[in-house]
Unconditional design. Structure first.
Length: 203
């Protein structure tokens, strides 16, 4: 576990360590790496713009945001980001977070699959949107220093993430046709995920 990539740091708090432990226990390595990369992309985007944000909140949300795509936490009736928000509320209750902060962790996870959030209104939600978009479809990838991106992927390789993630979203779309994952599939975003520049660069 590298806590710093090209000058961008991840928090080392008890909550951050617990979130990483849970993610590694329930997600496969490719999904775990995606979760970590999502944090670093978001944090790097904020750092480049001098944007203040709660690193611990963003990290916890990033490490938990896709766990509802895994079998133990999947819901057949609730969209995965909403189920992930519920998971975050339970997880952070165990950490002793107050209700408002627990709700914020859930909100960040839910909003990462919603319309674009203004960073000045809700920085953590916007940063998770930025991080996941860059890592899933390559959206905004040109905003990042190539040296940072290369270091990040070297530290947390993609490991065939794109095709595996697309399959998870196709499964969500089939079972929950009104969910955001279904919209992702319907508008053809899966093609961008399968043609991610970081995967093409590596052959």
């Amino acid at each position: 576990m590298l806590n710093e990539i090209a000058g961008v740091r991840a928090p080392g708090s008890q909550a951050a360590q617990a979130a990483r432990q849970v993610c590694t226990e329930y997600a496969d390595e490719a999904l775990y790496h995606h979760s970590v990369r999502s944090y670093f992309f978001g944090a790097a985007w904020a750092q480049a713009r001098g944007l203040d944000f709660d690193a611990e909140l963003l990290y916890v949300a990033a490490l938990l945001h896709d766990l509802a795509l895994t079998a133990p936490f999947d819901s057949h009736t609730v969209a995965f980001e909403e189920a992930g928000g519920d998971l975050a509320r339970v997880f952070t209750a165990g950490l002793g977070w107050p209700t408002e902060r627990r709700n914020r962790a859930a909100e960040v996870i839910v909003l990462h699959m919603r319309d674009t959030v203004a960073p000045e209104v809700d920085p953590e939600s916007r940063l998770l949107q930025v991080g996941t978009s860059a890592d899933v479809t390559g959206t905004g990838l040109d905003d990042f220093d190539p040296a940072f991106t290369q270091a990040l992927v070297a530290a947390y390789p993609r490991l065939g993430f794109g095709p595996a993630f697309v399959q998870l979203f196709r499964d969500q779309a089939e079972r929950k046709p009104q969910c955001a994952a279904a919209d992702f599939v319907a508008r053809g975003a899966e093609a961008r995920a399968l043609a991610h520049p970081l995967d093409l660069d590596r052959g």
